[in-house]
Design a protein around this ligand. Structure first.
Ligand SMILES: Cc1cc2nc3c(=O)[nH]c(=O)nc-3n(C[C@H](O)[C@H](O)[C@H](O)COP(=O)(O)OP(=O)(O)OC[C@H]3O[C@@H](n4cnc5c(N)ncnc54)[C@H](O)[C@@H]3O)c2cc1C
Length: 438
């Protein structure tokens, strides 16, 4: 049997799959269309670029993202290892210096003797074994080929990015470093609002001029329904849900009082470092569809950001994914062509870590290393969700969360304790499975 795979897409899932297969002795042809053809969100021509936040979410085992990371570690995930080498301080979360991370992944790919990198857009599905890992911004021509092969069982929707500002433009007389309830290192900066400031900010968000989604539609997708990526809802959309929605959600002030002050802020916007040198900060939760001049005006209403210098404005982008349960075999290959596998966001997982995880999973399935995973595991359940026909009509992308795990001990009432027990159960079952397999 020829041990060769074409991988289309040099993003998070494609690079993970390539490194995995190479390690297992497979030859890989990896195709990346950038810089010849750009996507609406990528800024560089580097492989494995993170297009939005630099956070790969929590390490804590009582979070879905944290448990998934712990499982991926046991399964030998390559990009997680590289991310840890290039992390920046973010409390109990894993955030990376996006440039160092992407450069390191690319370097590993270029140095790997089993992997050949081609900078070209693939428009037709190649002959032979193939992984399509072209992500939520898959080029239109390839999407058209997939539509031809799969029929109309694919969907698409839109997504929003948060702005990034220059650290030097922050007023540190007002903005202070602190983590919620002083847990861990004070990696986040906080912009505290009085009630009047908050109400003025919410009103400005509601009145701000927005991009019309229509501008971003193209001919190919005009007929298809779209909706927002649920975990990245624009801040102005959240503001529409009620005057207090933001301060009970992304702007909640609890445990974020200014050091040495008893005054409770009415609401808080947090800023997260974009790199180790902390030269730039991301406005957490401020992903937006507002027009650029409006972003400059409205985000400068945030106390301490009156003179904010925007390094990157927020924006919206197309997001594509397939109707996985209707088109996939249990091994994540296509029913229409079992030589072709799908990985990453295109398969219907949601998030950086989930995309990486699916690239790893597909590679290990192809190489025969994994045939099944214990049902107690987060990755096992993500896999199941992709192939099990959902009860509701429309399949929605899935991310790592405790809701997809089989129930635990019902007598345990404390939520955190319950989750920690579920995480322990998952990791124990995965360890046993790996020991037995070896
Ligand atoms: C705007 C936006 C913001 C996002 N923000 C977040 C976030 O903050 N946090 C989070 O967890 N997730 C986020 N996501 C979701 C998702 O986690 C990322 O998109 C992630 O990068 C998906 O990984 P992937 O490997 O599937 O695709 P990608 O990392 O996008 O990789 C796909 C690659 O395929 C290439 N390609 C596309 N078509 C072709 C073709 N025909 N031929 C050759 N190459 C091709 C692309 O250029 C790209 O490099 C966001 C998605 C979008 C679109």
């Amino acid at each position: 049997m020829s041990k060769h795979v074409h991988i289309i897409g040099g993003g998070l899932s494609g690079c993970e799959a390539a490194l995995q297969l190479s390690e297992m002795g497979w030859k890989v042809s990896l195709y990346e269309m950038r810089p010849n053809v750009q996507t609406p969100a990528h800024q560089s021509d580097t492989l494995a670029e993170l297009v939005c936040s630099n956070s790969l979410k929590s390490f804590r085992h009582d979070t879905g993202a944290g448990l998934l990371k712990a499982e991926l570690e046991l399964l030998g995930c390559k990009l997680l290892e590289i991310a840890k080498e290039h992390s920046v301080p973010a409390g109990q979360a894993l955030a990376v210096d996006r440039e160092l991370f992407a450069n390191a992944v690319q370097e590993r790919i270029l140095m790997d003797e089993n992997i050949r990198l081609f900078r070209e857009e693939i428009t037709e599905i190649p002959q032979g074994k193939c992984i399509i890992a072209t992500g939520p911004l898959t080029s239109d021509k390839l999407m058209a080929s997939l539509a031809q092969l799969l029929g109309e069982n694919h969907l698409f929707f839109f997504d929003a990015i948060a702005p990034i500002i220059d650290t030097d433009s922050i007023d540190f007389n007002k903005v202070y470093a602190k983590t919620r309830y002083d847990k861990g290192e004070a990696d986040y900066l906080n912009c505290a609002f009085t009630k009047d400031e908050y109400l003025a900010f919410v009103e400005a968000l509601l009145e701000g001029e927005k991009h019309e989604a229509r501008e971003f539609e193209n001919e190919f997708f005009k007929e298809v329904n779209f909706s927002f990526y649920e975990n990245c809802i624009p801040i102005e959309e959240l503001a529409k849900r009620g005057v207090d929605t933001l301060r009970h959600g992304v702007m909640r002030p609890m445990g974020l009082e200014a050091p040495g002050s008893d005054e409770k802020p009415y609401a808080v916007i947090q800023l997260r470092a974009e790199n180790n040198d902390k030269t730039a900060y991301n406005l957490v939760g401020c992903q937006t569809m507002l027009r650029y001049p409006e972003q400059r005006r409205i985000f400068r209403l945030i106390p301490g950001l009156e003179n904010a210098d925007f390094l990157r404005f927020g924006s919206i982008h197309r997001n594509s994914y397939l109707n996985a349960p209707m088109i996939l075999n249990p091994d994540l290959s296509l029913i229409a062509n079992s030589e072709v596998y799908i990985a990453g966001q295109l398969i219907g997982v949601e998030g950086y870590m989930e995309s990486i995880a699916s690239g790893m999973l597909v590679a290990q399935i192809i190489a025969g290393k994994i045939k099944v995973l214990p049902p107690e595991t987060m990755l096992g359940q993500l896999w199941r969700k992709l192939i099990e026909v959902p009860q509701k009509k429309r399949f929605s992308p899935i991310n790592a969360n405790f809701g997809i795990l089989p129930a635990g001990d019902k007598r345990v009432r404390d939520k955190k304790q319950k989750r920690l027990l579920l995480a322990e159960r998952s990791l124990d079952s995965l360890k046993t499975y790996l020991e037995q397999k070896n």
